[in-house]
Design a protein around this ligand. Structure first.
Ligand code: SAM
Length: 223
């Protein structure tokens, strides 16, 4: 029976990959990736050549069938998402559930590494003994209820947000009377910055620095 390795990849800085992850990528039979073009850049950087297959959110269940066949044949299969840890606001969890259910004797191993969630929390400077992670908020149905719960929460809430929605999210947080937030932008990249203060201060920062609205964001709502 084969092995399925769920491998974390960098969230920006290509050096943020573990020795074990590189060895696993070098030794596997095939790599399934959320986007083969993204992983191809990482593999080129580390001079790794492997057969690549795509497995994204749409094809996850269908490709899981191929992976089951490979595991039955004893292959070593890797899954990587575009960035960070698979399954964290990324595909991967349904694949793992399927393999666990259909092939209980297959080995499923985590090769841990970067995640925007833990990177942002680690430099937030707030008490993170306990926190809530919600990832991306729903765009429509359930959004207002989620925002209300976040505003009332006694724990920090960690959210993922895209550049074209960050200003809308800040406006909504104001409407729900959220006071303090921490925003981690472009973690591990050239334009990395951490904005900590009131929501109004963050809005003023983006108004003064329109370039800062670009990139990737982790938003932590401070209780
Ligand atoms: N699996 C990834 C992880 O472990 O963090 C998350 C993937 S999710 C599709 C992408 C979101 O993660 C982005 O929209 C952003 O909210 C956050 N993110 C990813 N990379 C980031 C970075 N370098 N800086 C800040 N946020 C990042």
């Amino acid at each position: 029976m084969g092995t399925l390795s769920i491998v974390a990849t960098p969230i920006g800085n290509m050096e943020d990959i573990t020795l074990r992850a590189l060895r696993t990528l070098k030794e596997c039979d095939v790599i399934y990736a959320e986007d083969t073009r993204v992983i191809a850049k990482l593999l080129a950087r580390y001079e790794i050549k492997k057969p690549l297959q795509r497995l994204d959110a749409v094809t996850e269940m269908q490709k899981a069938e191929d992976i089951l066949t490979r595991l039955e044949a004893g292959e070593r299969v890797v899954y990587v998402s575009d960035a960070g840890t698979p399954g964290i606001s990324d595909p991967g969890t349904r694949l793992v559930a399927q393999v666990r259910a259909q092939l209980p004797t297959a080995t499923i191993e985590a090769i841990p590494g970067a995640s925007a969630l833990t990177a942002a929390l680690s430099i937030s400077g707030i008490d993170i003994a306990a926190f809530t992670f919600l990832g991306f908020l729903p765009h429509k149905k359930g959004r207002q209820t989620a925002l209300k719960k976040i505003a009332e929460s006694e724990l920090p809430t960690v959210l993922y947000e895209s550049p074209h929605r960050i200003e809308k999210l800040l406006e909504e947080l104001v409407q729900h009377q959220v006071s303090h937030i921490v925003i981690a932008r472009e973690l591990t990249k050239i334009h990395e910055e951490l904005i900590s203060g009131t929501v109004a201060e963050a809005q003023a920062h983006f108004a003064m620095h329109p370039d800062a609205v670009r990139g990737e964001f982790v938003v932590i709502v401070v209780p």
